[in-house]
Design a protein around this ligand. Structure first.
Ligand SMILES: [Zn+2]
Length: 638
């Protein structure tokens, strides 16, 4: 094994980047919603949890929950919730046995749930600098070093070793231990080989093409290696977590181009299973790019975290483009505005939310409902990490004299560079607006290089420093890049970036078209009728019925009238969306609901003699019912 490679970029520690503006409001809503309430109302993570020594759930759920709940409590300065999160941390730190294993005794043979708890402890350490954490990691990794030769990683643990490698890499940045290279070598041998899977990408069709869940599950066997691989290698959450695996190997091995493998994996998943929201369809195995298939909430937040780790490893701006696409479209769309209910599966074309059979590979009839735990409770536990970890994904440090504003949202960076205080407040209504203003509140840095990512979608931009344009480009080739704005910043400096957001049409399944502007994807605004299907633990499960037509096609050269508002108390609001687009479309009567979803998209261009009607589109993240990928027609087809 070669010498360890350094990261290309580094995230800042949690206390160094704080949410502001609309992002802070989004986090407040989350805390007032399920994240703040879950401990009290949901037994899986409540006071009987195995992770508090109780007889309740003792596997992944409490660690999942804490992975978002702990940093959120910190950002919100919410002492009561922070203390609750720390009860789990204390119990965990005290649970380590003589061998170095930790966690609930009843699940002590399981590795996977421990990986998640290590990620929680990393965040806890960044905030509290608790001296017990690093020795705890050391003892656990020594335990693994002795244990895994005889009790190898299997199933979820094998498929998700990338997350363990993330924790090992984090530890290696702080302390060196001689046994670590050999441990990493063993883990690579026991891991589900995502490098091979992404390089070859054998799953070019929906999982249903390769096997029939209902037929094969009757003799599906976890003991059978091929069944196991078939299950895990196209399981959507595993795939999106697996994206980080090549990046993690790149720190320990230099035997191949891991960056290329990462890119190939992402591109192939998009090509064969991607939809306009940025999600990769999997319900819950890779399910093709038909926009009526589903994408699991766990896979959205896990993909976002993988991208953060990939940005650190390789520094490529395309990972930031993807991060914004997921965070600003797929994530808010699949959780209610009050953060009290979520879906297991979202559909890019979602015209009916109800308990009904749909063409999922192996998820149940409740999967697209909004509720406490539709289908299965993994997302109920895991969704909390989405927004808090997003805050940590905004800024990066290249070296001690370089800061990169990589992903854009209102926040405040407060750190040290070159041994001096550095404080920059980023003010913006991005992704809804084009302008980002950086107020340098504290700096006296003559050498510090200030860098900004130029998004891939941006064809023209201007960057100003203290009112003077220091960088501009027009008609640029649409690629992502990171550019240097200036070297040296001082207290009182003001840097502004203006990215022209123009309409863009992207093409998808059956040549359908999606409307994009900046990082946002737009979807048909539909009238909805919400009905409470049931109430569990005081939380409502909803069905949503369409009260307006959805089967529209767009004209090939449609134009849009923009109505701009402000980002309100609820940033991704259906009632008050920050932007609304008005355009015209024609009904396509032959496009109907089939199996409780929008029927198969006709291949565009299509012929329609329907009357043109005015329709409006709002950001995908503001919608719960929608069409996102539209069929389209040419005007001569009248
Ligand atoms: Zn899930």
């Amino acid at each position: 094994m070669s010498k360890k490679r350094e990261k290309t970029l580094h995230t800042f520690a949690i206390p160094e980047v704080k949410p502001e503006g609309w992002l802070k409001r989004q986090l407040e809503i989350q805390m007032q919603g399920l994240t703040g309430k879950l401990f009290d109302i949901w037994d899986s993570v409540g006071s009987y949890s195995g992770w508090l020594g109780g007889t309740g759930e003792n596997w992944e759920r409490a660690p999942y929950y804490l992975d978002g709940f702990l940093p959120l409590s910190y950002y919100m300065e919410d002492k009561e919730h922070w203390d609750t999160a720390c009860r789990f941390v204390e119990w965990t730190l005290n649970s380590q046995d003589e061998e170095g294993n930790f966690g609930p005794v009843a699940s002590k043979e399981d590795y996977w749930s421990r990986f998640v708890m290590l990620k929680v402890l990393i965040q806890y350490y960044e905030i509290k600098k608790d001296g017990r954490v690093l020795p705890f990691f050391d003892r656990y990794f020594q335990y693994l070093y002795k244990k895994v030769p005889d009790a190898p990683m299997e199933q979820w643990s094998s498929a998700r070793i990338g997350d363990l490698l993330y924790c090992i890499q984090w530890y290696c940045e702080r302390e060196e231990r001689n046994y670590i290279p050999a441990l990493v070598e063993m883990l690579r041998e026991q891991a589900l080989d995502w490098v091979d899977i992404f390089a070859e990408f054998p799953f070019t069709r929906p999982a249903a093409y390769y096997y029939d869940w209902n037929k094969e599950y009757t003799h599906f066997s976890w003991e059978n290696y091929h069944d196991t691989m078939k299950y895990h290698a196209n399981h959507i959450v595993n795939v999106t977590m697996g994206f980080k695996y090549p990046a993690m190997l790149s720190y320990f091995f230099d035997d191949m181009d891991y960056e290329a493998v990462s890119l190939t994996g992402m591109q192939s998943a998009d090509k064969y299973h991607g939809v306009a929201s940025g999600a990769v369809n999997g319900d819950e195995h890779l399910s093709g790019n038909n926009p009526s298939q589903g994408a699991e909430l766990c896979s959205i937040v896990e993909y976002m975290f993988s991208l953060q780790t990939m940005l650190e490893a390789f520094g490529l701006p395309c990972f930031a483009d993807k991060m914004e696409r997921l965070a600003y479209n797929a994530l808010p769309a699949t959780i209610t505005e009050d953060f009290m209910a979520h879906q297991y599966l979202q559909q890019a074309n979602q015209v009916l939310v109800s308990k009904a059979k749909r063409n999922w590979f192996n998820n149940n009839e409740e999967s697209n409902m909004f509720g406490l735990e539709p289908n299965f409770g993994c997302c109920t536990a895991n969704m909390h990490q989405g927004w808090p970890k997003f805050v940590k994904s905004l800024w990066y440090r290249g070296n001690d004299s370089e800061v990169v504003s990589m992903v854009f949202a209102p926040c405040r960076l407060e750190t040290e560079a070159e041994g001096k205080k550095l404080c920059i407040r980023e003010e913006t209504e991005y992704p809804f607006k084009e302008r980002i203003t950086y107020h340098v509140e504290n700096a006296s840095h003559s050498e510090l290089e200030f860098k900004i990512r130029i998004p891939r979608w941006c064809s023209a931009y201007k960057i100003y420093k203290n009112g003077i344009c220091v960088r501009e480009e027009e008609n640029r080739e649409k690629t992502g890049e990171v550019v240097s704005v200036c070297r040296g910043i001082q207290t009182g400096d003001r840097i502004e970036a203006v990215f022209s957001m123009e309409f863009e049409k992207s093409h998808w399944f059956h040549n359908s078209v999606a409307v994009e502007r900046g990082p946002l994807v737009y979807a048909l605004d539909m009238k909805e009728r919400w009905e409470t299907a049931k109430v569990v633990a005081g939380v409502r499960d909803y069905e949503i019925y369409p009260e307006s037509a959805w089967n529209y096609a767009l004209e090939e050269n449609m134009s849009f009238e923009i109505q701009e508002g402000h980002v309100g108390a609820v940033p991704f609001s259906k009632e008050y969306p920050p932007i609304r687009l008005r355009t015209r479309g024609r009904r396509l009567d032959s496009w109907e609901i089939v199996d409780n979803s929008a029927g198969l998209l006709p291949v565009s261009p299509i012929c329609t003699d329907g009357k043109e009607e005015e329709i409006s589109l709002i950001p995908y993240g503001c919608t719960k019912l929608r069409i996102t990928q539209f069929p389209w027609y040419r005007n001569e087809d009248k």
